[in-house]
Design a protein around this ligand. Structure first.
Ligand code: CA2
Length: 143
């Protein structure tokens, strides 16, 4: 069975609590339920990890890769726009990753429009809400 890790970065544990006009009203737990349901259909094993800390996300990438994870779905939150270290962490494990953003970062503030981490990924899905994660899972499952 293919194994995929879903990594969520800073503040994504606050989903559903504020800014519903941008991120909706559903929570991170709801997102996990949605992705798990799709994973069952696809016959893929999924692992979830969320952290507000850059180093913890880097450690998780290394640990998941060493444990045999074959692909990553990543939403590094605001670290997407700043973190060369997370870019390098994805490069260091050499597994396909797809970056997901719930909101459309290209249509938001200037400082969100560029992703530092996307160039370490095989694709980016931005602005499609939670279904973006489901789409990313389908793409990785089909590789
Ligand atoms: O659109 C996305 O998925 C983002 O990665 C979400 C990040 C943001 O920094 C990125 O630019 C785009 C923010 C994560 C969640 O932030 C919250 C803010 C208010 C209430 C709940 C979550």
């Amino acid at each position: 069975m293919k194994k995929i890790a879903i990594l969520n970065g800073p503040n994504l544990n606050r989903l559903g609590k504020r800014e519903p006009e941008i991120y909706g009203t559903a929570t991170l737990k709801d997102l996990e339920r949605l992705v798990r349901a799709e994973a069952r259909q696809l016959g893929v094993a999924v692992k979830f990890f969320q952290s507000n800390h850059e180093g913890a996300l880097i450690d998780a990438i290394h640990a998941f890769a060493d444990a045999g994870i074959e692909g990553f779905i990543v939403n590094f939150g605001a670290y997407s726009h700043t973190s060369i270290a997370l870019h390098d962490a994805l490069k260091s494990v050499g597994r396909p990753a797809i970056e997901v953003h719930i909101s459309d970062i290209k249509k938001r503030e200037q400082f969100r429009r560029h992703s530092m981490t996307a160039s370490a990924c095989i694709g980016m899905i931005s602005g499609r809400g939670f279904p973006g994660y489901v789409e990313a899972l389908r793409r990785l499952a089909s590789l």
